[in-house]
Design a protein around this ligand. Structure first.
Ligand code: HEM
Length: 472
């Protein structure tokens, strides 16, 4: 019974808590009157993959102000309706077809880097990564984007708004009326009272406006398969799909777009940044990657950057073992989500000598697993080799069993194919074409210092800054 668990619950002492102060004693801790947290790498499968029909924790649904998105839908059945409608747009086949858009955005990015290479001043490459992933996902959702890649110093249009959503999220979770009150106020007041919320509401209003405009411009839903291939954007297709009408309501779609664009932008951009930092601070690893890329992408094609990028094929790049191992290690050390991940199972579940009753919120946390030294020895170090040669863990299991970067089970990442494709094309082109050198950047610019659902480094970080030279 839950009441028999060690009674060590505590309400978060503040909403900007430092992750180092989280209670870490296990393997099972009752962290709130009704919730237990489990620290056991092998229980991950039981909770996320094998459980089948799982609900999320309703209490956590509205901290980002989009409680009807797939990520925040608590009930299993409703989640399936919403998720099934999105799955086709993010299948492997669809993402293979999206490569031209990704390559085109990558060309703009590479041209911008080349211009800076000739100037000799440092660039904030992490901003560039956010702009790249933002332009790709916006373009795929709406058929246009804010062209953030061409903005001076890649000043972001959306990245800061999504960072604001995350930062405000802990407060909104504990005090849900705050965002509601803010939302009811005139925008000008919000701008003065809390610039964070002003950014969030501006972004939400903008998405809402775009959805209404697309609805007005589109013909009514088709009666056959429901997909209009002449207009291949996620939102246009969703509007024409056979998703029930109430699921196509303006506000519902606004919630969904906020999630898809936010998830598509922040996570991929952060993983590229973390990977770049670790590559540049490990010359041996960087040399291994460059050697593999040099062999795979012959010199003749690098003479013309446009040719090099247009010849990049995800299906070929994913067969490069070292590049793929670098990406896995970058995903591991960028954690994807840092908050505890909660599930409610329909039946009682056994964990060691404890029986957890059905529908008890049970949570696990990605960074704890990613730093389990039995699974990932020297877990704080960037070691791509750990993913090579089908290595086994101490207990004889395949290491891939513990790769939880994109989640597991019914609630796993919708955009993992897109993320893999962007990561393969992004790392391959940049590290084939350029030599980078870190500028006033250290581990504190990538190490997790704050848990705002997504990992945040120290708040005064200036990002990953580099000098860049074209490779000979
Ligand atoms: C390196 C990049 C990425 C990582 C590490 C990542 C990781 C994750 C993880 C761990 C989850 C599960 C969260 C949970 O259980 O609460 C998730 C969910 C999700 N991700 Fe990603 N993601 C990445 C890129 C993307 C991209 C490019 C998209 C764009 C479509 C995306 C869209 C989503 C969505 C919509 C969900 C919610 C799925 C659902 O609840 O059904 N992600 N992601």
């Amino acid at each position: 019974m839950v009441s028999a668990f060690p009674s060590r619950w505590k309400i978060w002492k503040n909403t900007h808590r430092d992750v180092h102060s989280l209670p870490v004693s296990g393997p099972i801790v009752r962290i709130a009157p009704d919730e237990v947290h489990i620290l056991d790498a092998d229980f991950w499968e039981t909770l996320f993959s094998k459980a089948g029909r799982v609900d999320k924790y309703n209490w956590m649904s509205n901290r980002f102000g989009n409680d009807t998105s797939v990520l925040t839908t608590a009930a299993h059945d409703l989640h399936r309706v919403r998720r099934n409608a999105l799955n086709p747009y993010f299948s492997r086949q669809r993402i293979l077809g999206l490569q031209d858009t990704i390559r085109q955005k990558l060309s703009v990015f590479v041209n911008q880097i080349q211009e800076n290479a000739n100037v000799g001043a440092p660039i904030t490459i992490s901003r560039g990564y956010m702009a790249f992933s933002e332009d790709v996902i916006m373009h795929y959702c709406f058929g246009y984007d804010y062209d953030s890649l061409r903005k001076s110093a890649w000043t972001p249009v959306l990245h800061d708004a999504f960072a604001a959503v995350c930062i405000a999220g802990n407060m909104a979770l504990q005090f849900p009326t705050i965002p509601k009150v803010m939302n009811a106020l005139p925008q000008a007041w919000v701008e003065k009272l809390d610039p964070l919320y002003a950014l969030i509401f501006r972004m939400q209003n903008d998405f809402g406006r775009q959805i209404r405009q697309m609805k007005a411009a589109l013909p009514p839903a088709k009666s056959d398969r429901g997909v209009d291939n002449t207009n291949p954007t996620v939102i246009a297709e969703l509007l024409q799909s056979d998703l029930p009408n109430e699921q196509k309501a303006d506000r519902r779609l606004q919630d969904e777009v906020q999630l898809i664009v936010g998830a598509g932008l922040s996570t991929t951009g952060w993983t590229l940044s973390v990977g770049t930092y670790y590559l540049l601070s490990n010359p041996r690893i960087l040399a291994c990657l460059c050697k593999e890329l040099d062999d795979a992408i012959p010199t003749s094609t690098t003479a013309n950057t446009a040719d090099l990028i247009s010849n990049l094929e995800w299906t070929e790049l994913e067969r490069l073992p070292y590049l793929t191992a670098v990406i896995k290690e970058a995903v591991r050390l960028s954690y994807s989500t840092t908050s505890r991940n909660v599930r409610l199972l329909p039946k009682p579940v056994q964990f060691k000598e404890w029986t957890v009753p059905a529908r008890t919120p049970i949570s696990m946390t990605v960074p704890f697993l990613n730093h389990d030294e039995d699974i990932f020895p020297q877990s704080r170090s960037f070691v791509p080799e750990r993913w090579l040669d089908a290595l086994k863990t101490k207990n004889g299991s395949s290491l891939d069993k513990y790769f939880v970067g994109f989640g597991k089970g019914t609630r796993s990442c919708l955009g993992s194919n897109l993320a893999w494709c962007e990561l393969h094309l992004g790392f391959a082109s940049l590290f084939r074409l350029f030599d980078f050198e870190l500028y006033e950047t250290d581990k504190t610019d990538v190490e997790i210092a704050h848990d705002f659902f997504l990992p945040f480094a120290k708040l005064d970080s200036k990002g990953i800054r580099v000098f860049v030279k074209e490779r000979q």
